[in-house]
Each structure stands twice: as structure tokens, then as C-alpha cells.
Design a protein around this ligand. Structure first.
Ligand SMILES: [Fe+2]
Ligand SMILES: [Fe+2]
Length: 300
């Protein structure tokens, strides 16, 4: 049995911006943080969630993006320091979110410095080709990058034809090896799971076709800052689409308070069983408590 922890959207508190960095779409995100979002995303909440994961015995942490807010140099330096304190690249897999690719210079601003946690290779210095894959026992954790520098006013995502084609091949080859395929992506994988069209994955329909044709056992995503579970029938069985709220969300906001989910993945008689334990901030904001447990299977 593999224990895999999923967190998403930590949105580490804004760490400052150079004047030149704000001469772009970043100015909107900077204002939004100053006016509103600093009340939502709280470091003390994130610290409680991460302490709960550390005590859980999870073998690996899957992080589905939005570590930063406006992708500045200072934010990436802070994100790298935070990741280093949480887990080495061999114990945590990260895929970028739209906030980590807020503007076209995000890679030069420092997104590439997080590459070791995308690939598992400590020396990695440039953004890898996606999809990435990590093998955790009989689980293949497949990282898909849905981030791109979206136009002003949008928080959309895009996977792209080249990555979709590679994903199709990877899903098929991992199934042939008898592996449980867990896809990690920031944006909701289906168009109908987006909260607004301007926040959706632009090629969601193409991704859905790939998932239905080649199959997957689970898709872990974020972006909506909401808990969600949906099932997608595929050619190889049932794929479970699982989302969690922002790991740093305070109580009393318009989205659920910070939480995370533990997947316990096992196989019996040719069927993958995934038990999902959801945990989140208590009402008083003092600790992390169990919320619900889902018992899922790749077959009925
Ligand atoms: Fe987010
Ligand atoms: Fe997002």
C-alpha cells in the first residue's frame, strides 16, 4: 500500500516585488493581494496543515501548484526555501499553477529554481519537459503542466498538443506495466469542473478524450480552492477526480479552510482501491481534524 498526501494552492504570503516587476500584469495580482487575498492565505494555517502531513506517515507529497501569487523573484526564493524545509525533491512532486506562471518571465524569475521538485533530480536547473513521471512502488505519479502566462483578467490553463500526446503514451505504457496512474495537474481536468470559463483549462475537452481513451486511476487537482470528487468512466475503468482547497485558507472566508487529503492506494484481484482521508482546519482554527473518508475503486 502506498500513502500519498495531496496538497494544493499554498499561495505563500507575498514576499515583495521589485518596481520593474510590477510593470506588467503582476500589478493586478499585487493589488488583489494587498486588498483582499492576504486575509485568505495565512502562513499559520499552512504550517498546521504541513505539520499534520509530517505526522501522517505519508511516503510522498503531491503538490498541485500555486505556490506563489504573482511569480516574482522574491516569491520563488521564498518558495524554494519553504520546499527545502518540507521535503527533498525525492519526497515531493510539484507541478506549476497559473500563479507560478503569472507572466512570461516567470521561468527566469525563478520558477526554474523549483525544477528539482518537478523531476526528483536535485541538480535540475531548467524547466523540464512535461509530463513528468515518478515511480512510487506500483504507483506512477504523472505531473502535467497546465500553466502558461494567461492574458490579463484570466486564470485559464493550457496543456498543449505536444504534452497531451506524450501523456497519452505515458498512460498507456504505465498501464501495460501494471501501475496505478495518478495524474497531478493544477487546473480542473474537465471543462464542467471549472468555476468560471475564464478560469478553465482551454483544452479540457482534448484532455478528457485522452483520459477516457487511455485511462487513469486518479487525477489530483486544485485551482478552485474547493473540495471535490467526481468520477470519469474510461476505457480501462473508473478515474477518480479529486480536488482539495487551498492549504493556507483561513477560516470564515468564502472558500473552505485549509486542508489536505491522504490517498492510500492498494490493489486486490486486479482492482485498484483508493481510500481518501480528508483532513482540514477545525472550526476554531486551532488544529487539523478528520473531515470525511472516501472508499473508491477503479471498478464498481
Ligand atoms: Fe490558487
Ligand atoms: Fe490557480
Amino acid at each position: 500500500m502506498i500513502r500519498l498526501a495531496h496538497i494544493t494552492d499554498p499561495h505563500l504570503p507575498l514576499a515583495g516585488a521589485r518596481p520593474g516587476e510590477l510593470a506588467s500584469k503582476r500589478i493586478l495580482g499585487w493589488l488583489s493581494w494587498r486588498l483582499r487575498r492576504w486575509r485568505n492565505h495565512r502562513r499559520e494555517v499552512l504550517d498546521l496543515v504541513m505539520a499534520d502531513i509530517a505526522a501522517s506517515g505519508a511516503r510522498h507529497v503531491a503538490l498541485s501548484g500555486d505556490l506563489t501569487n504573482i511569480a516574482t523573484r522574491a516569491e520563488f526564493a521564498k518558495a524554494r526555501k519553504w520546499l527545502t524545509g518540507i521535503a527533498g525533491p525525492g519526497k515531493l512532486t510539484f507541478v506549476p499553477g497559473n500563479h507560478d506562471c503569472y507572466v512570461a518571465d516567470a521561468a527566469q524569475a525563478g520558477l526554474a529554481s523549483l525544477a528539482p521538485w518537478m523531476t526528483g533530480v536535485a541538480e535540475e536547473k531548467s524547466l523540464p519537459e512535461f509530463p513528468t513521471v515518478r515511480y512510487l512502488g506500483n504507483v506512477a505519479l504523472i505531473g502535467v503542466n497546465s500553466s502558461y502566462p494567461a492574458p490579463w483578467g484570466e486564470a485559464s490553463g493550457r496543456v498543449g498538443g505536444k504534452q497531451l500526446k506524450a501523456l497519452a503514451g505515458l498512460l498507456t505504457s504505465c498501464a501495460a506495466k501494471g501501475l496505478c496512474r495518478v495524474v497531478l495537474i493544477h487546473h480542473p481536468p474537465l471543462a464542467e469542473l471549472a468555476t468560471k470559463p475564464r478560469k478553465a483549462l482551454k483544452d479540457a475537452d482534448a484532455l478528457k478524450d485522452i483520459l477516457k481513451t487511455h485511462g487513469a486511476e486518479a487525477v489530483l487537482y486544485g485551482h478552485n480552492h474547493l473540495w471535490a470528487h467526481d468520477a470519469l468512466e474510461t476505457a480501462t475503468g473508473r478515474a477518480h477526480l479529486l480536488a482539495a482547497p487551498s492549504a493556507s485558507m483561513a477560516t470564515g472566508r468564502s472558500r473552505p479552510p485549509g486542508g489536505w487529503q491522504m490517498l492510500r492506494i492498494s490493489r486486490a484481484q486486479g482492482v485498484w482501491n483508493i481510500t481518501v482521508e480528508r483532513r482540514g482546519l477545525s472550526g476554531d482554527g486551532e488544529g487539523v481534524v478528520p473531515l470525511e473518508t472516501l472508499r473508491l475503486s477503479s471498478r464498481d
